[in-house]
Design a protein around this ligand. Structure first.
Ligand code: ARG
Length: 475
């Protein structure tokens, strides 16, 4: 990252320094290799700051106009690939200021009045994260919509339900998918809550103590769409809680995606064979020609490691830091950038997977729910409805299941005479009550898997996911 139009002879440091940095230390110290990412936000923050300085008569309106034009010029140079700071610029804040001075001369030197890189970097980072948070919300909704559409398509499909990964009770497939919509909604709500604490403006706290320059902090905050300003200048420049909070919320997103990914991976195996992966989202083996691998969900599952790791890293970085700014904070960026990129990529990849990467094998699912004892609870519930105490009914069904296993048959294979021999309360309607579809339909308690309940939920979700109608589908 050398050369470009930046260059210039403006010294980074004051005249206190006589010698240049050791080249290794220069590289070790620099953050420009990654905080270039903050360019747009740095320009936005500086533009608001310049305008505020003029409105407070700290600089003239003409100077402010020149500064704003210069900053916009840097934006367009960057767009054309002409703004390429080097290591000697240290970080994006110095790089922009240097370039501004090179462009404007002495006027450029007025921008940093009443401001420090400490409040500047905090402002940039919050603006950057706020924008990404909003982008992540859009992609989370896209994934919810993709899941909703599969659920809508499978409102009458059954799937075995498991506890301990042992067959438990049959479910409506839509019900299973809607569980993930709920989890993702909690994630979205959590992120919105984090946003409240991201959206507080530290600008004007200056280095740590405020400034004697008569600035108007509320004006810059308003200009940059912050909800409010930090009350305490020390807290303003040394708060990185929002990075931790965001990474914690992102970690839960990743945990949820990983659980969904794990199910898809199992469902795609020959043992389950509940889904078919389409060629759009699966890959082949270099050696085994018969294979189709679920790389997308595997990568999503695997990428949890880095997001959880960054959360730990950020907490450790902050711990034990005295007030106020410490250079340790420079370590927040790569972690946060990677958390945002990884989480967002994973959400998008899962959305694409559910949109076009897989389909449920309805016939396999129907067969799967026929061939097990997942209707055993329903025999007990049948007896309960006839007045038999649940624990007694439960014991009796346990005996029947054992007998069936010994005779290699299913509950529905027993005839009425055999049932009657076990308990006089059994009637001819038992057989129908044990069909998987009847078992699912019977679970009408609120939040249950019955088709009616699931229909209600699908409808509620379609109202909630505003962009669900085809016309405004995200691309
Ligand atoms: N590059 C620095 C960072 O990322 C910017 C703030 C530097 N402030 C300072 N006093 N050295 O944290």
């Amino acid at each position: 990252m050398a050369g470009g139009v930046t260059g210039g002879s403006t010294a980074t440091w004051s005249d206190r320094f006589e010698q240049g940095l050791n080249p290794f230390i220069e590289a070790f110290n620099a953050s420009i290799g990654f905080d270039f990412n903050l360019l747009q936000e740095d320009l936005d923050g500086s533009i608001a700051h310049a305008r505020m300085l003029a409105s407070c008569d700290v600089i003239s309106a003409e100077d402010a106009d020149q500064l704003v034009q210069g900053l916009e010029r840097i934006r367009s140079e960057a767009k054309d690939g002409l703004f390429q700071p080097g290591l000697s610029d240290e970080d994006i804040h110095f790089a922009v200021e240097r370039r501004l001075i090179a462009l404007l001369g002495p006027v450029g030197k007025k921008l940093h009045t009443g401001r420090s890189r400490n409040d500047q970097v905090g402002t940039d980072l919050r603006l950057w994260l706020r924008r990404r948070l909003d982008g992540l919300d859009v992609d989370l909704e896209r994934l919810q919509i993709a899941l909703w559409q599969q659920a809508d398509h499978h409102r009458n499909t059954l799937i075995p339900g498991y506890t301990h990964l042992q067959r438990a009770q049959p479910l409506c497939l839509a019900h299973h998918l809607l569980a993930y919509l709920e989890m993702l909604q909690r994630d979205r709500d959590r992120l919105q809550d984090v946003r409240k604490r991201v959206n507080i403006c530290p600008l004007g706290a200056a280095a740590l103590a405020g400034t004697p320059v008569p600035i108007d902090r509320r004006r810059t905050a308003e200009d940059l769409d912050f909800d409010r300003i930090y009350t305490n200048s020390l807290d303003a420049v040394s708060d990185r809680d929002f990075c931790v909070e965001f990474s914690a919320a992102a970690s839960l997103v990743m945990a949820h995606l990983s659980r969904l990914a794990e199910e898809v991976i199992m469902w795609a195996s020959e043992e389950f064979a509940f889904v078919l992966l389409s060629d759009r989202c699966a890959t082949g083996s270099s050696l085994m020609p018969q294979k189709k691998n679920p790389d997308v969900p595997e990568l999503v599952r695997g990428k949890c490691g880095r997001v959880f790791g960054h959360l730990q890293g950020l907490l450790t970085m902050i711990k034990g830091l005295p007030l106020a700014y410490n250079k340790d904070f420079q370590e927040d960026k790569e972690a946060l950038f990677d958390v945002v990129r990884t989480t967002n990529d994973c959400v998008k990849a899962m959305a694409i997977l559910f949109e076009e990467g897989m389909s449920f094998r309805t016939e396999r699912l129907e067969q799967a729910v026929e061939r097990d004892f997942s209707n055993a609870t329903d025999v007990a519930d049948y007896l309960v409805a006839k007045g038999v105490p649940f624990r007694e009914a439960y014991q009796l069904v346990g005996t029947v299941v054992r007998r069936c296993l010994e005779n290699n048959c299913l509950l529905r294979d027993l005839d009425l005479a055999e049932w009657k021999g076990l308990h006089p309360a059994f009637e001819a309607d038992l057989h129908d009550a044990l069909a998987p579809r009847a078992v699912v339909a019977a679970r009408r308690s609120e939040g249950g898997t019955s088709f009616e309940r699931v229909d209600e939920q699908l409808k509620l979700w379609s109202e909630r996911l505003k962009r669900i109608d085809g016309s405004s589908q995200p691309g």
